[in-house]
Design a protein around this ligand. Structure first.
Ligand code: FES
Length: 178
């Protein structure tokens, strides 16, 4: 092990070590062919929920390709996530109907309330935010898909209501576990 790798290993968090271990497990199912890069990344993301740096390094090492090539593929395809998924997913529809009915204003409201940008996860990993194209409920525009369920007429005030409902749920859970 070279000194750089040694330092990285020493300073790795438990989560990073675990991510490496799980990535190595996934890699056992694949051959060391560059053509396997995308299926490998899909499988690693399927297991970890996202593609952290340490997983990308494992994949690069396994295929003997430069780290930057793996990173390039991950950032090129929007099926890949660089951030861990939140407990709750928020997807703001920006299809034509939703756009016409203020989808971007709704997106701004989510961004402000959660203090994150699309593609990011809140530091407490409670929510992740992203945008989607039409989800087929245009008559309910503007739509936000919350935990896979499309919700209609999500204006900024409704954003507050949805977040409040999650807060109540969290408090109820916390009381239940006391
Ligand atoms: S455009 Fe948003 S649901 Fe169709």
């Amino acid at each position: 092990m070279n000194s750089m790798a040694f330092n990285m290993y020493n300073s790795a968090t438990e989560e990073q070590v675990e991510n490496r271990r799980r990535t190595q497990q996934v890699l056992k199912r694949f051959g060391r062919r560059r053509a396997s890069l995308i299926p490998i990344l899909q499988a690693v993301q399927g297991d970890l929920g996202y593609l952290p740096r340490e997983a990308m390094l494992e994949v690069a090492g396994f295929l003997s390709i430069p780290d930057i090539d793996v990173y390039g593929v991950v950032t090129f395809y929007n099926q890949f996530r660089l951030n861990p998924p939140g407990k709750h997913s928020i997807r703001v529809c920006l299809g034509t109907a939703c756009h016409m009915k203020g989808g971007y204003i709704t997106l701004d409201a989510w961004k402000r309330r959660l203090c994150i940008e699309p593609g990011e996860t809140t530091p407490d990993r409670e929510f992740d935010l992203d945008t989607v194209a039409c989800v087929g409920c245009c008559t309910m525009a503007p739509v936000t898909v919350v935990d896979e369920k499309p919700q209609g007429s999500v204006e900024p005030t409704k954003v507050d209501g949805i977040l409040l409902a999650f807060e109540f749920e969290r408090e109820k859970e916390a009381k239940g576990s006391e």
